[in-house]
Write a protein that binds this ligand. Structure first.
Ligand code: SF4
Length: 156
């Protein structure tokens, strides 16, 4: 979804959004039944954790308080390909709330996006916004509480 502003090469070299610090683990993607089945096919030893009623991937410790998603192939990127969860597909754009309205923001967790101009980010967010708000209609739980590292780009 973000290929207009991020190349596949940049993402596969970085992989920061598939590696988490311990305090970020509650923000990792939710796994529904279909996705859990697909993940098991691809990686039979994958395990899940129940966190606040959400099924999440059991992340793999990689040292220094960092954890990697079990679906991350360090050579090729996400094993799930086009089946990856929508919050991964849209990242580093995130859905959030701003002044009681839904908004598209960019997360500061992506080091490559910090090299883009605010104008580029706003243009891309505007182009993607109808698609993203449709996802929010279907999956309201993906609209996250506003966090300090978010820059709001478009509101509804
Ligand atoms: S599901 Fe795929 S894209 Fe999402 S965090 Fe895991 S490896 Fe990354």
């Amino acid at each position: 979804m973000t290929e207009k502003i991020l190349s596949a090469g940049e993402c596969s070299r970085c992989q920061r959004c598939c590696i988490f610090e311990s305090y970020e683990l509650r923000l990792t993607p939710a796994v529904d039944d279909i996705l859990a089945g697909r993940a098991k096919q691809l990686r039979p030893d994958v395990r899940f954790a129940d966190v606040d009623g959400r099924r999440l991937f059991m992340m793999l410790p990689i040292g220094n308080d960092m954890f990697a998603c079990p679906m991350l192939d360090r050579e090729k990127g996400c094993m799930l390909g086009e089946d990856k969860p929508p919050e991964c597909d849209m990242f580093p754009f995130v859905l959030t709330e701003c002044g009681g309205r839904r908004a598209v923001a960019v997360s500061s967790a992506c080091p490559i996006m910090s090299e883009r101009s605010l104008r580029q980010l706003e243009e891309t967010a505007r182009e993607l916004s109808s698609q993203l708000f449709l996802i929010a209609d279907r999956r309201p739980e993906l609209v996250r509480r506003y966090e300090k590292g978010y820059t709001v780009l478009v509101t509804e």
